[in-house]
Every structure is written in C-alpha cells, then in structure tokens.
Write a protein that binds this ligand. Structure first.
Ligand SMILES: [Fe+2]
Ligand SMILES: [Fe+2]
Length: 325
C-alpha cells in the first residue's frame, strides 16, 4: 500500500476512568468509556491519539495510572498519549500580590494548590511515555504536548518550547496533526488574559492557555504547518473553527460530562470519539457517538477539586480504599 492510500486514525479525550476505591466515583463515566473503547477496538484504525484526562484523579492516585495503562493496553492499535490536568495537575495559577485565599465562585478549592509538579509529570511519563512527542507515520506528522506546562518554569516547559521550535526544521510531510488537552483560547488567539480571581472570568482562565504563552504557542503551530489541532478538557464539542489555516477541533469527551455547554447553541454534549480519514489531499474528521450515552447513576463523593484533607475515603464502596499522595 502506498503511503498516500487513504487510511484511518482515531482521537479521543477525557475518558476519566475512575474506581469505586476512591473517595468519589462516577460509574456512568466508566460505562460510557467502556462502550467507546469497544467501538474503537473494532475500527480499522492504525493508531489512536489520546488527548488527556485518562483518569478521574490520577494526580493523587497512582493506582489510576496503572488502571488506565492496562485499560489502554487492551486496544489493538498503538496509542499515543498526552496527560490532562486530572492526571498530573493543573496549569499554574500565578497569584502575584494575592496572599489571601479567594474563591469567587464558592468552588471550595484554592487554585495554586492544584498546580502541576515536575514529580507528578515524571511519574505520569513513567507509565505513558514522554508527555511531549512528535513522530511521522505515512507522511503525516503527529505532535502531542501538554501545553499547560507553559508558564510553570518546570523542566517540562523548556522541553515543550524546544520541541515546538524545532518542528519547522524536521522533515516536511503532507499533513500535520497536533494534540494539546487545554483549549488554546476560548474564541480567538488575541482575546485578553483572563483573571482567575474574577468570578465572570474564572471559567475562561481555567479552560484556556494564558498570554503570552498562548500567542507564542500559536505562532509556533503556524510555523510548523499544523493543519488540525485537537483539544478537549472542556468536555464540550464545538464546530471546527479555522483560525490562521489551523482547524481548531474542540472535541466532546469520551465519558465525562460537558461543561459550559449553555454558552453555545451548537455545543455538542454527547460522548464519543473522532474518526479521522487521511487522504493525500486532506484529513476528514468525523465525530462518532458512543453506543452508551447513559445518564449519571450511582455517583458518590464531591465534584471539582476537593483538598486532600477534606476527602473522606470511608465512602469508597470497594475495599481497600485508595490512599491519596
Ligand atoms: Fe477532563
Ligand atoms: Fe482536563
């Protein structure tokens, strides 16, 4: 078969596999993902991209890395993985001059406590491989990275910029596909920096990449000739948006519930994955709905990001409960 014969790869994000050994569990998410995984396994696809948030609370339960690893290993095709914030911690909240705790929306957590660490990123990588990567397959370049490291000052941030800056020098290919978890921006690259201490801007801050990193990232993706950019994290699908020649694909989740969906009349709140058909001319991306769109059932424990000291593992319905790290 020539390298330019049509072929298929898949993309999925936010499968959030959880466990009843946790202080919180949503069996509906596991059930929705189980159906999607079965559909993916039956696809004639040559590889799968996972755009992050493999786990419910991988950031504090190493057990969930092991569980997600074994779950993905059961698929018949190679899987290329980047982390999400529930796996390794959030993008950093910079709070210069703000000493007191604030909580504009009554969320119950303090964002700087959720900042990702180098240690957790390394632990994730020990299960799933490097968090930033690029490779070519059949004349298509695939580049995956955890853009939320931007602004952390961690070694993983240096590695991100070095990789992105090298992309234009790498052998040229027919198409370039990138995967990054967070949305690069809510609506447009030149929108302002969002203020996490303001209740009306918190969600925008939480879901997107901050300036000036956003603009630097965007410029590098343009220089690298990226044509398709997958981002999840919000769990809500939106129509593809073409910006500067890049198709921004904000994809629905493979199990976890849509957020902010009330903002957009055309938001897609279904669970599913993307089937991507590659030809010499283009890549056609099609959403495939999961066969089990079950409603929430049997949920226990809090949502959001409860502080470790407030978690009650005695509610776990399977023994022994996990121990937070
Ligand atoms: Fe998620
Ligand atoms: Fe996320």
């Amino acid at each position: 078969m020539s390298d330019h014969a049509a072929w298929t790869f898949l993309h999925v994000n936010d499968s959030h596999l959880g466990t009843p050994r946790s202080y919180r569990f949503r069996p509906a998410i596991n059930r929705r993902w189980a159906a999607i995984k079965q559909q993916i396994a039956a696809e004639p696809a040559e590889l799968l991209l996972h755009g992050g948030d493999l786990t419910r609370d991988g950031d504090t339960h190493e057990f969930e890395y092991q569980q997600a690893r074994e779950d993905l290993d059961s698929l018949p095709m190679p899987v290329h993985i980047i982390p999400g914030n529930m796996d390794v911690g959030n993008k950093h909240a910079h709070v210069n001059g703000v000493k007191d705790r604030w909580d504009p929306q009554g969320l119950g957590w303090h964002d700087p406590d959720l900042n990702m660490t180098a240690e957790r990123l390394n632990l994730f990588a020990s299960y799933f491989g490097p968090i930033h990567w690029t490779f070519t397959y059949r004349d298509v370049r695939f580049t995956g990275f955890y853009a939320a490291v931007a602004g952390t000052g961690l070694p993983q941030e240096q590695r991100l910029w070095r990789l992105l800056e090298r992309l234009p020098q790498l052998p040229s290919v027919r198409h370039h596909v990138a995967v990054m978890h967070y949305w690069p921006f809510m609506e447009q690259p030149d929108e302002p920096a969002w203020d996490l201490t303001r209740g009306d801007q918190y969600d925008n801050w939480y879901f997107s990449i901050d300036p000036p990193h956003r603009q630097r990232l965007w410029g590098l993706l343009r220089q690298a000739g990226v044509g398709w950019l997958f981002c999840g994290h919000v769990h809500t699908g939106r129509p593809a948006q073409c910006v500067d020649g890049i198709q921004v694909l904000r994809t629905p989740a493979a199990g976890n519930t849509a957020q902010l969906a009330e903002r957009w009349a055309d938001a897609d709140t279904r669970f599913g994955y993307q089937r991507c058909r590659v030809s010499a001319e283009t890549i056609d991306v099609e959403f495939v709905a999961g066969n089990d769109q079950c409603a929430e059932f049997g949920t226990f424990g809090p949502l959001g990001h409860p502080p470790v000291e407030e978690r009650d593992y005695s509610v776990a319905t399977e023994q022994p409960p996990l121990e937070p790290q």
